[in-house]
Design a binder for this molecule. Structure first.
Ligand code: GTP
Ligand code: MG
Length: 202
């Protein structure tokens, strides 16, 4: 299993011309505003605030790139770029902002050749969201491997987790093996995400 050694923020960008040059594999995090993308990145990297977190939706407005160094099972160094994407579905955002968001995401998916995997975050307490279905459809179209992560699992009883995951999988039209529970608060699911990342990187 890979082990994160250190991580640095590289830069924020809106359009492809501003992205950092491709050096490593990109793994990106998407989902509704406030679902916990930035928190999940911090949790995986074991950093408190490398990605900015806020209780107010719409915190992340740009594409943020982080360079990660890890060690594999043989203690060799490896690198990966984690990408924190702005969230969708924030009601207070106007049409112009929404269009900007769409353009930002679509051009990233379409142009970033090093993009090898996307983690789609959904709230474990909610039912399948049409916006998430559209996102997953887009990933299928672009042939980008994805992992669906049901976040904030600390907010529901453990015994309900399996049932909720099954419901979400059906609603999102994905296989049950492609969805897992996660909690940044309780650090649930970190190993599983790292194992998925490892499959993609190595
Ligand atoms: P945007 O940048 O606005 O798209 O949001 P985001 O998806 O990056 O969410 P962020 O990580 O900023 O977290 C939003 C809120 O949810 C914050 O108040 C977090 O503390 C909280 N939160 C995130 N993950 C968890 C979790 O696993 N459990 C609980 N209980 N709260 C969480
Ligand atoms: Mg964020």
């Amino acid at each position: 299993m890979i082990r994160i050694v250190d991580s640095v923020f590289i830069k924020s960008a809106v359009k492809p011309a501003d992205y950092p040059p491709i050096e490593f594999t990109d793994i990106a995090f998407v989902g509704r505003s406030n679902v916990g993308k930035s928190s999940m990145i911090n949790t995986i990297l074991q950093r408190k605030m490398i990605a900015k977190v806020s209780s107010t939706p719409g915190k992340t407005r740009l594409i943020n790139f982080f360079k990660i160094r890890f060690k594999d099972a043989s203690q060799n160094d490896g690198y990966v770029t984690l990408v924190d994407l702005p969230g969708y579905g924030y009601a207070k955002v106007g049409k112009v902002e929404r269009e900007k968001w769409k353009k930002m995401i679509v051009s990233y998916f379409a142009s970033r050749e090093s993009l090898r995997g996307v983690v789609v975050l959904v709230d474990i307490r909610r039912t399948a969201d049409p916006k998430d279905i559209v996102m997953i459809e887009m990933l299928k179209d672009y042939n980008i491997p994805y992992l669906i992560v049901a976040t904030k699992s600390d907010k529901i009883k453990k015994t309900l987790s399996k049932k909720e995951l099954k419901k979400l999988a059906t609603g999102l039209q994905i296989a049950e093996k492609d969805i897992m529970a996660f909690s940044s608060l309780k650090k649930v699911g970190v190993e599983k995400v790292l194992a998925w990342m490892e499959k993609i990187i190595l």
